[in-house]
Write a protein that binds this ligand. Sequence first.
Ligand SMILES: [Zn+2]
Length: 347
Amino acid sequence: MKQTAIFRSPLFLEHMKNFDHIESAQRLEVLYEALDQPEIAKHFLFPAFEPASHKLLEQVHAPAYVKRVAATAGKPQVVLDPDTRTSPLSYEAACLAAGSAITAARLLVEGEIKNAFCLVRPPGHHAESDHAMGFCLFNNVAVAARYAIEQLKLKRVLIVDWDIHHGNGTQHSFYDTDEVLYFSIHLSPHYPGTGASYEIGNGQGEGYTINVPLSSHLDNQAYATVFNNLLTPITRQYKPELIILSAGYDIHRDDPLGGMLVTGPGFSYMTKVLLDLAAELCDNRFMACLEGGYSLHGLREGVFATLSEMRGQSLLTDKAVIEFTSAAYPIRALDETRNIAKKFWTL
Ligand SMILES: [Zn+2]
């Protein structure tokens, strides 16, 4: 039977290891410690993977930018952006993080694994074609989606981004194309300032960027409402061949950078919606890449809620599933986005 694959590496702990930064190695340490327990590890597969080559990174990033990040290798510290610095092994870690997402996409399309979660650092969704931003060096999900299109010959990839911050880099990577549908649900106003409802894509990509900019303090029911009433009907019409999740756990109730009220059952339900869509539309091809999440407890609760769904051992009760499925929370941003998206999708 196929298993859920987890991509992990000690190298991901080396990025900014001894620096005082909220995007810390401890974030992965708490996850890896749990996965080191044999009774948990036995449920997962841990495939080998390689760093992304410059050729594959350059399908998303400008060659000069890739060179700039490569030039940080071995240097004690380089400041790339006010929020984003490197340590001696950051470049290697960033190449390996993108490489894990590439391998996950390949193994999924080859039918070797059930689904995949890349538990990586540095995160990726703020990284732009030509510059680092918001703790991100290379855009892991964008590199994987571009690889799926160019090398694996897929025609439609859905990227869902539930991190509390808008994934500006991912949006910009696919703003002009219908080959990737980018769906982001995020807090607004908030960093990085992009992700308004009216940002819908351009040219061939018009209608293939969907942004739901939420006000703060929204809970599991609100997220379920958006997933049921906007993401699900659009995804059914788009018919993706692969679903990639930018999995940010900074929407957790306890997150210090957050402002949302999502908890374990909310993460379980959102994952379930995505897995059900993947089962219905694309032979279960679903992969997640870790983005934010800065409460160590919240991160761990959220990631293991996601992983439990992925391996078919849901933590949700039947009653909770019924409640979430019928969730109808009034959300102004949802109405605004739906009205704009109606031009492109039957809603
Ligand atoms: Zn974030």
